[in-house]
Design a protein around this ligand. Structure first.
Ligand SMILES: NC(=O)c1ccc[n+]([C@@H]2O[C@H](COP(=O)([O-])OP(=O)(O)OC[C@H]3O[C@@H](n4cnc5c(N)ncnc54)[C@H](OP(=O)(O)O)[C@@H]3O)[C@@H](O)[C@H]2O)c1
Length: 357
């Protein structure tokens, strides 16, 4: 393995700090910041929650008072270009420029139209040396939700299902009726709850709402509940179902009129002649609400509609090698995919696929 440069080590530290904001900062990006003097870290900070201080401000505020006078010799590492605009908080680039750091090291440019290179210009105009593109690909992966929203105008889509060894995601009883089936184990279930805490929304179809009656909340770990989404053209899912519990907000995408409800909202969207919902209209609504990622949790028909229309970014597929169902509901079939990670928990394999566009 090649020697990892000091810049790369510091950028990795920024990524580590940035990730502490996961589940709290969306739709903002995950950002961490490290300030060094020579090869010594003198301060760190990260964007901890939406509306709170940006990473650079947090790191500058953490510089010990006796070191403040030395910032003109210091290097500031931050994974995303410092902002140049007034948002919920004042811009960071002018503050960094005023403090007069010697050097600023960045992983990614901010694609947000109000920034996109302007933050870097402000720094350079102040005579600060700027190094860009350190661990650029890893930086993009870290902020995949933010980049997808900025570049494609839609949330980052994660498909998720568990299947038996013989490729079924649910069992059918002797009368051909679908029944709730547990295909995860204790560890994978815990991980699934962690995922819910990290993402902004979670979506299911009507059959899953009726058969499984899931709550779709975060219960096995700490974290905020995602907004629950249901595709239900004719409003067949009973409002006493768990998806309408008061633990979290629910949005129902329907052909019926939009309406505010005590559990959330019905949102009118278009359906085509075959009864297929306009997924772009759902995305448009999610973008408007600042929901920058969504887990599509099933069932098979719902997942396949996202796959067939190419609206997905990654898929988490769990296989319970010890469970054979013989008959049931066929698991979805991925297209244009490649495995980028594989985990194994007590006989359950979890394959992570990425969508190749
Ligand atoms: N193992 C797992 O990971 C897992 C996860 C979830 C569910 N499941 C199992 O999956 C089974 C249910 O799967 P399923 O395939 O039968 O049904 P499903 O995907 O849960 O629901 C399908 C229904 O949702 C609506 N819908 C979904 N996508 C749509 C689209 N693009 N456009 C329009 N409407 C859309 C339609 O409702 P309408 O026809 O009513 O309009 C459609 O008939 C259950 O047995 C459940 O236990 C397994």
């Amino acid at each position: 393995m090649g020697k990892v440069s000091f810049d790369e080590r510091m950028m990795r530290r920024c990524f580590f700090l940035a990730e502490k904001g996961l589940g709290f900062v969306a739709p903002n990006p995950l950002v961490g910041c490290v300030i060094t003097l020579g090869e010594e870290i003198v301060s760190e900070g990260y964007h901890a929650a939406f509306g709170e201080a940006h990473a650079e401000r947090a790191a500058i505020a953490n510089v010990p008072v006796e070191m403040m006078g030395k910032m003109r010799e210091a290097t500031l590492y931050v994974n995303l270009e410092p902002c140049a605009h007034f948002g919920k908080t004042p811009p960071c680039a002018p503050l960094i420029a005023e403090m007069g750091f010697k050097r600023v090291v960045i992983s990614n440019r901010d694609p947000y139209k109000e920034v996109n290179g302007r933050g870097i210009e402000i720094l350079k105009a102040a005579g600060i040396e700027v190094t860009e593109g350190v661990l650029e690909e890893q930086g993009r992966r870290l902020n995949r939700r933010f980049f997808t929203m900025q570049e494609k105008g839609r949330p980052y889509v994660i498909l998720k299902w568990a299947k038996s060894a013989d490729d079924f995601i649910g069992i059918l009883d002797s009368k051909g009726k679908a029944k709730r089936t547990r295909l995860s184990n204790d560890i994978s279930k815990l991980m699934a709850h962690r995922m819910r805490a990290y993402e902004s929304a979670i979506l299911i179809g009507t059959q899953t709402a009726v058969i499984d009656n899931p709550l779709l909340t975060v219960r096995l770990c700490k974290g905020q509940n995602p907004v629950r989404l249901l595709i239900d053209k004719d409003l067949i899912v009973n409002e006493t179902s768990n998806i309408f519990s008061n633990d979290a907000k629910t949005l129902v995408y329907t052909e019926a009129a939009s309406e505010e409800k005590e559990w959330g909202e019905r949102v009118h969207v278009d359906y085509d002649d075959k009864g297929s919902v306009s997924i772009p209209q759902i995305f448009e609504d999610l973008a408007k609400r600042g929901l920058s990622s969504v887990i599509v949790e099933g069932g098979s028909a719902t997942l396949q509609s996202f796959i067939d229309q190419g609206y997905w970014d990654e898929a988490r597929v769990e296989t319970a090698s010890e469970i054979v169902l013989t008959r049931g509901i066929q698991a979805p079939v991925l297209k244009n995919n490649e495995v980028f990670r594989q985990d194994n928990f007590e006989g359950h394999t979890i394959e992570w696929h990425r969508h190749i566009e």
